[in-house]
Ligand binder design. Sequence first.
Ligand SMILES: Nc1ncnc2c1ncn2[C@@H]1O[C@H](COP(=O)(O)OP(=O)(O)OP(=O)(O)O)[C@@H](O)[C@H]1O
Ligand SMILES: [Mg+2]
Length: 225
Amino acid sequence: MKKPPERITTSIPGLDKILEGGFIPGSIILLSGEAGTGKTMLSCQFLWKNIANGMKGLYITLQQLADNILDDVEYIEKDLRSAVEKGTFKIVYIDIQRVKKLVEIVIEYLDEMKADLLVIDSITLFCEVTDKSIEIRYNMIKLMKELKKRNVTAILISEVPIENWSKFGVEEFVADGVILMKAGVDVIGGSPRSLIIKKMRRTNHDMQVHPLEIDSEGIRLTKAK
Ligand SMILES: Nc1ncnc2c1ncn2[C@@H]1O[C@H](COP(=O)(O)OP(=O)(O)OP(=O)(O)O)[C@@H](O)[C@H]1O
Ligand SMILES: [Mg+2]
């Protein structure tokens, strides 16, 4: 029988359990959600734990300044800042004027630090450099190809309008996995925050709404099976 693929921990308590152990190395995950649903926190927590386990991570931010992101994840800020000093973590702000060159810039950083993990916050801004859907798809595929070549495990953050999986309807097809985060009164089951796995290639996952909590100790699923 074929050996099941190894997994990289998501580092979100409860999430690995519903993903057969975590993300498959080299997979590209679209993490979608409206504003304030916890996308940045989940991504930082993912990098933090895996960096502590000996991996190298790169966080590309196109909106918030690097320092602001680190300030927002107070519970792991110290560890992340010390990883920056050690060279196992890099957080880079890319100005909107340079977004057209995002793939080239990302590749340069990935190769320079030999990163295993990548977060792009957000891929929506990268998609917005053009309004032609064929070009959006081309740009996404170009990025995917480069990441796959390097076997980088990536979270691409996607800012979505309510009830959508992605903004342009292209991103979720290119990604290996899609996770949607929600917050607010419309959430089924009455929990103010939740997470749904829409797609995860090579993984037996459910499609239930999983309640989620965020507090000063981080982000976690509360009633994961
Ligand atoms: N210490 C805390 N206790 C409770 N909730 C918190 C705490 N810190 C952050 N949050 C919640 O997490 C949200 C911020 O999460 P995060 O920045 O990861 O969201 P996001 O999805 O990346 O948002 P955006 O799309 O605006 O970038 C806050 O709006 C708040 O609701
Ligand atoms: Mg964010």
